[in-house]
Design a protein around this ligand. Structure first.
Ligand code: A3P
Length: 287
């Protein structure tokens, strides 16, 4: 384990939050047994993880849809690598739902071998950067970087949780023919959430009635989630976030309000070439 700063440590080429996970636990995941019925949500941080966790919870749990249960989304779709609530993942009833930011090469062996279903949600990396910059000020355990330019350089060097955005998405997309994986874009979810929810349902083989589908779409909207204590991190994060700002903006293209032309060009000079080689076309232009 290589300490990186007060908040992060590096293990096997990947950055993790100090005090939240140990190198031994990460190593133990290699042999974590995967079931065919498991569903894994994979994201680079700030790409719509909690949004999609909420959608999965709503799809699978009628009690969440109709408001009769009060289980937190983080308990419905817990973090694989950050088992902060010390849940028994091994004996969890099927279908187990998990979220992870892990790079492909660190997830359990059987997941890499093609077991289970995987949903990968990607977001314009400039928006993920800006979202992450704001989040780092909310999160007690985060690197405190006031200056956006410095933060951007850390992001471009991959010295953040999730590592380098390009490595993360390349690592996963290179395996797309070997995995049962659905790629979704944050921006397409924003454009038409109903179609995205239907895509997820089709991929998972879940048939919802029209009314159930409407419920999922409605309860996964930004405004509804912001008020839903099961999803808005107010309960989950007491003592972790220093304000209720997790649901910040939830928009596309916010980076334009933050990055200067010079910063955007510097970003492009590192990202463009590799992004153009990714096997799927983003319907958005990075700019
Ligand atoms: P912003 O900081 O740009 O507002 P993650 O869950 O991966 O950490 O991603 C957090 C980002 O997703 C935040 O982006 C948050 O506002 C946004 N988000 C969460 N729920 C959303 C929703 N229902 N609709 C749109 N964006 C959402």
């Amino acid at each position: 384990m290589e300490p990186s700063n007060k908040y992060l440590f590096k293990h096997k080429g990947s950055y993790f939050l100090q005090d939240t996970v140990t190198p031994e636990y990460i190593d133990s995941l290699e042999d974590f047994e995967i079931r065919d019925s498991d569903v894994f949500l994979v994201t680079f941080p700030k790409s719509g993880t909690v949004w999609t966790q909420n959608i999965l919870s709503l799809i699978y749990h009628e009690g969440h849809r109709n408001g009769t249960e009060d289980t937190n989304v983080i308990d419905r779709v817990p973090w694989l690598e950050y088992n902060v609530r010390k849940r028994d993942y091994v004996n969890r009833p099927s279908p187990r739902l998990f979220a992870t930011h892990l790079p492909y090469y660190l997830v359990p062996k059987e997941l890499r071998q093609g077991k289970a279903k995987i949903i990968y949600v990607a977001r314009n990396p400039k928006d993920a950067l800006v979202s992450r910059y704001h989040f780092s000020k909310l999160y007690f355990k985060n690197e405190k970087v006031e200056d956006f330019e410095t933060f951007m350089e850390m992001f471009l060097a991959g010295k953040v949780v999730g590592n380098l955005w390009l490595d993360h998405i390349e690592g996963w997309s290179a395996q797309r023919d070997n995995l049962n994986i659905l790629f979704l874009l944050y921006e397409e979810m924003k454009k038409d959430l109903r179609i995205s929810v239907l895509k997820i349902c089709n991929f998972l083989g879940k048939k919802l009635t029209e009314e159930e589908l409407n419920d999922v779409v409605e309860k996964a909207s930004f405004d509804k989630m912001r008020l839903d204590h099961r999803a808005n991190y107010i309960n989950t994060s007491s003592g972790i976030l220093n304000s209720n700002q997790f649901f910040r903006k939830g928009t596309v293209g916010e980076w334009k309000n933050m990055m200067t032309v010079a910063q955007s060009e510097r970003f492009d000079s590192i990202f463009m070439e590799r992004m153009e080689k990714l096997p799927f076309k983003f319907f958005w232009d990075i700019n």
